[in-house]
Design a protein around this ligand. Structure first.
Ligand code: GLU
Length: 517
């Protein structure tokens, strides 16, 4: 009997990190469980003892947590259907194997690996359409068995596949698929050391953990056939299977390590917002709606259905992933941006600024929210605020373009120095308020002296350019170069505002000196 509550699982082998495909499988099972009001559990398939490590397990768990995929049962949680590590379930596999041996659905195989290898070579040489175990030990007599045991041969336990049985299996994604058991050999369930192989352990556990739906990569479709027959042999209904298409690279081939960061934690460490990565992965085979690609975890859960997963392979597109990241960064408040970007900003922002000048820092980041996709990118973008920047090539060109630039920079430095612009980063607002009378325009009208906001700084700057008779457009380039060391960035008057008077004046004068040589 199928358990009435939907129960889904993610069953990673801790032999490597959580990669993109695994994250998608986990997510779809998680979303389906949440959508149906069921349980989502983690089962650790650690029977490959040579390759399973605790380090990999920790990386997988951290990857899931980072994506916001939580589990109801499993490692660190426990649950009523444990243990959740296969190596702690060996007696359960032994018992199931004994039942299958007793019912004749399984048999002991004493063939040596050399014999099995020789059979395979012969099949290959004969260009046989069937490659696999030849069923040699299917019909051993009791006497033959005893003989092997007496020689100390410890057998594998093999599943006896029904011969030449045609099956129509239903997959929630692939629909009805016709298969025939003649294409399968009698596969090993349990090794001589009592450690189960994947298909066997998986079924024993799916039964024991009352799994109702299995969503996984379609590299497991053939395994699913073996598993269905095993469920049948054990007298249990098979969960509903859903095999998801592969993730493809830009050329339409299977995604490899070269195409994408396969470890979720690499995305974390590079500053990809986890919600954006989650959102992007969700779209690798499933769609939220025809006109919306950006959605939250909750919205996904509201809308998710297993049979809504597409049949064709989804292409991984790094550019779209980055676009998605930008969408998230843009939507955050500056406070949230600062919170999230702090680990990366620590390399460029003085430690005391995080507490003492929070609002100011938020203003700095807000200037870049439109231009940044990854949290890590903020640091390089805002570094000019904190340390006098080296001039890049574009900045050097802009400084060298007009020989008069040296005078403009000096003049503008004087204007700023005499203004009430905030003294220095990050100036306490309102603390500097000496109303300095600035030079007047040619026609005698006073130039705005208030430089308390970017708009006022701009007005004062425009007045200055008019006074000295320079086109505003030509003027701003060397000024930006002097202040930021580049030709990109936020509006020039945001730059002056953020840097404050002291730093701006110092940098303008230093640049002028460098031109003067
Ligand atoms: N340990 C298997 C894997 O990582 C699980 C497959 C399954 O979900 O049945 O591929």
């Amino acid at each position: 009997m199928i358990h009435p509550t939907p129960r889904l699982r993610f069953a990673p082998s801790p032999t490597g990190p959580l990669h993109l495909g695994g994250a998608r499988t986990a997510m779809y099972n998680w979303a389906a469980a949440r959508a149906m009001g069921g349980a989502f559990l983690l089962r650790i398939e650690d029977t490959d003892q040579a390759r399973s490590t605790d380090a990999s397990l920790q990386i997988i768990l951290a990857g899931l947590r980072w994506l916001g995929i939580d589990w109801d049962e499993g490692p660190e949680k426990g649950g009523d259907f444990g243990p959740y590590f296969q190596m702690q379930r060996l007696p359960l596999y032994r018992a199931a194997a004994d039942r299958l041996l007793a019912s004749g659905h399984a048999y002991r195989c004493y063939c040596s690996s050399e014999r099995i290898e020789a059979v395979r070579e012969a099949q290959k040489a004969a260009k046989s359409s069937f490659l696999g175990y030849d069923g040699h030990c299917r019909q051993l007599t009791d006497a033959q068995r005893t003989d092997f045991e007496r020689q100390g041969v410890v057998p594998n336990v093999r599943f006896r596949m029904p011969e030449g049985r045609a099956l129509r299996v239903h997959d929630l994604i692939l629909g009805d698929v016709d298969v025939n058991t003649k294409d399968f050999d009698d596969w090993v369930m349990l090794r001589p050391d009592g450690v189960p192989l994947y298909n066997f352990a998986c079924v024993v556990d799916d039964i024991g953990m009352k799994i109702t739906h299995v969503v996984r990569g379609n590299e497991h479709f053939q395994n699913g056939i073996k598993q269905r027959l095993l469920f049948e042999a054990l007298g249990h209904e098979c969960p509903q299977f859903a095999h998801i298409p592969l993730i493809l690279n830009a050329e339409g081939k299977k995604l490899s390590k070269r195409d994408a960061d396969t470890n979720m934690l690499d995305y974390r460490d590079k500053g990809f917002p986890p919600e954006a990565v989650f959102n992007y992965i969700a779209l690798l085979g499933w769609g939220f709606s025809a006109d919306r690609d950006v959605f939250s975890r909750d919205e996904m859960v509201q809308a998710f259905r297993i049979d809504g997963i597409g049949k064709s392979g989804a292409k991984f597109d790094e550019e779209k992933l980055r676009w998605m990241c930008g969408e998230y960064v843009r939507r955050w408040s500056p406070a949230e941006c600062l919170e999230r970007a702090t680990p990366w900003l620590q390399s460029v922002v003085p430690a005391n600024a995080f507490a003492a000048h929070r609002a100011w820092l938020q203003n700095v980041l807000a200037c870049y929210q439109e231009r940044v996709a990854l949290l890590a990118e903020f640091a390089a973008k805002v570094a000019w605020c904190f340390a006098d920047p080296a001039m890049d090539e574009a900045a050097q060109k802009n400084l060298a373009k007009d020989p008069a630039a040296c005078d403009w920079l000096r003049g503008y430095a004087d204007v700023l120095a005499a203004s009430n612009a905030p003294a220095s980063f990050p100036a306490p607002r309102g603390a500097v308020d000496t109303q300095v009378v600035l030079p007047t325009k040619k026609d005698g009208a006073p130039v705005a002296a208030m430089c308390d906001t970017p708009a006022q700084i701009e007005a004062a700057c425009r007045a200055f350019t008019e006074r000295i008779g320079v086109k505003f457009g030509s003027f701003v380039h060397p000024v930006r170069a002097a202040l930021t060391g580049t030709d990109k960035g936020p509006g020039l008057f945001d730059v002056v505002f953020l840097l404050g008077k002291d730093t701006s004046v110092r940098r303008l004068r230093a640049a002028a000196d460098s031109i003067a040589g």
